[in-house]
Design a protein around this ligand. Sequence first.
Ligand code: ADP
Ligand code: MG
Length: 251
Amino acid sequence: MNTILAIDDLVKRFAGLTATDHVSLNVATGHIHALIGPNGAGKSTLINLLCGELIPNEGRITLLGEDITACPAAERMKRGLARTFQITNLLNDFTVQQNISLAVQARQGNNFRILDTARGRVSILTEVDELLAASRLEPRRDVVAGNLSSGERKQLELMMALAGRPKLLLLDEPMAGLGRLESQQMIETLRGLRGKVSMLLIEHDMEAVYALADRISVLVYGRVILTGTADDIRASDEVRDAYLGLEDELC
Ligand code: ADP
Ligand code: MG
């Protein structure tokens, strides 16, 4: 199986606390790999290490066969890594279409000369249309971002991350703050992206994790205690103990 991301023996210490404790895990190309774990387990720290916002004390991160452990964040993005944030980061006075259009242009290197040619404009619009079609935002393309629901904002944010044509998408709780219907819609959208982009998905909503994940890793006190399928996770006493009091979430 092809590995898009390999994490080897990664360690991150904050004064007196090992937030990432010899973590090793591989994300297979094309997979949706979920990362779950209780609060304070080190999920966000791991994402920050992968994006280059934090530098590890030990260990190695390999993206597409290349060691990126010491690469700056911008270089990692160029190599195919993208993340979505829990905090939405949209231009509220701009329409859905304009926001996506800016994200497409940003990937093309802020080369505004592309807008001087009809072909350049058409190529941007074609890409914007493809992204709108992959989301639930097609009927909302002319609405300003400030008037979107929280679920629609999350969809837009996801499409803007995809505009960078990442190979691996790091998703930081895409269902957080969403109602049931909006969560279902996000699950559908992510399912539609399966095979087009590999994903590392941090998510508390176990229904979403079970619906989407090819592989699940469980992080507890900075350590990966298990990587396996949904059935492996459900059957594990160690995972159950880590979630004591939250058993219902794992059923
Ligand atoms: P999670 O996202 O799984 O809830 P975090 O990665 O945010 O967990 O945090 C893991 C542990 O590392 C926590 O104990 C947290 O308090 C600690 N931590 C996170 N970031 C920092 C930091 N910048 N400085 C010191 N401690 C931190
Ligand atoms: Mg967190």
